[in-house]
Design a protein around this ligand. Structure first.
Ligand code: ZN
Ligand code: FE
Length: 239
């Protein structure tokens, strides 16, 4: 299994997960169709599925065009089926879905939106977290409560430490500035900031991260209770 990171719009990432044996592929959160089509044509892959983490335009923008062009199937959360354009396969919370080598479990993680989900490809230990967990940050709370977002992050914390995290945006550097402001003496964070800067200087994404790195460095995952989490989230909104 191979993951291709596709830059979209301003700072979004879409991900193409490719089974190299069959050449079939899934795309996670296609913000727009153009860069996905370019990659698909150039590499002659067979795009079979779209997975959407939530309904925001910068995560579903390519759904319609890609479905028209490749006749693929669109997968999303059942409770959000009215907001995921052209959805074909509506999954329930904690349902396992499988097609050939693609095998995932979906988890409902509300907070950023009420219908936000993440997808865990448990055989490869890869987690697509959309706009809920970012590297060194978390999403804004648009539709949910602080309690919901906090408990969604607790769920994410329970994945194995080596789990690779692929999130929806390249916000890592800006997030790191917030983390270090309130967590000055965290040596793992200082080291992580060094490596982030190196990657960005070379034009590389800072993604993937891992659960371990986020547990060590992400101040939102490090907050012990919903009160301290809420305070941080408010501070970040005005950062
Ligand atoms: Zn969003
Ligand atoms: Fe987004």
């Amino acid at each position: 299994m191979k993951i291709e990171i596709i830059k979209c719009l301003e700072d979004n990432y879409s991900y193409i997960l490719i089974d190299e044996e069959s050449n079939s592929a899934c795309v996670i959160d296609p913000s727009e169709s153009k860069p996905i089509i370019e990659y698909t044509e150039k590499n002659k892959i067979n795009l079979k599925f779209i997975l959407n983490t939530h309904h925001h335009f910068d995560h579903i923008g390519g759904n319609k065009d890609l479905k028209k062009k490749y006749n693929l199937k669109i997968i999303g959360f059942k409770k959000d089926k009215n907001r995921i354009p052209e959805i074909d396969i509506a999954l329930n919370d904690k349902e396992i879905w499988k097609n050939d080598k693609f095998e995932l479990k979906i988890y409902h993680i509300p907070g950023h939106t009420s219908g936000h989900v993440c997808y865990h490809f448990f055989n490869q230990n890869i987690l697509f977290t959309g706009d809920t967990l970012f590297s060194l940050g978390c999403g804004r709370i648009f539709e949910g409560t602080y309690e919901e977002m906090f408990s969604s992050l607790q769920l994410i914390k329970s994945f194995p430490e080596e789990t690779k995290i692929y999130c929806g945006h390249e916000y890592t550097l800006k997030n790191s500035e917030f983390c270090i402001k309130y967590d000055k003496n965290n040596s793992a964070l200082i080291e992580k900031i060094r490596s982030i800067r190196k990657k960005l200087e070379k034009g590389y994404p800072t993604i993937p991260s891992t659960i371990k790195e986020e547990l060590d460095c992400n101040i939102f995952l490090r907050s012990k209770d919903v009160e301290s989490f809420s305070k941080l989230r408010d501070l970040k909104d005005n950062f």
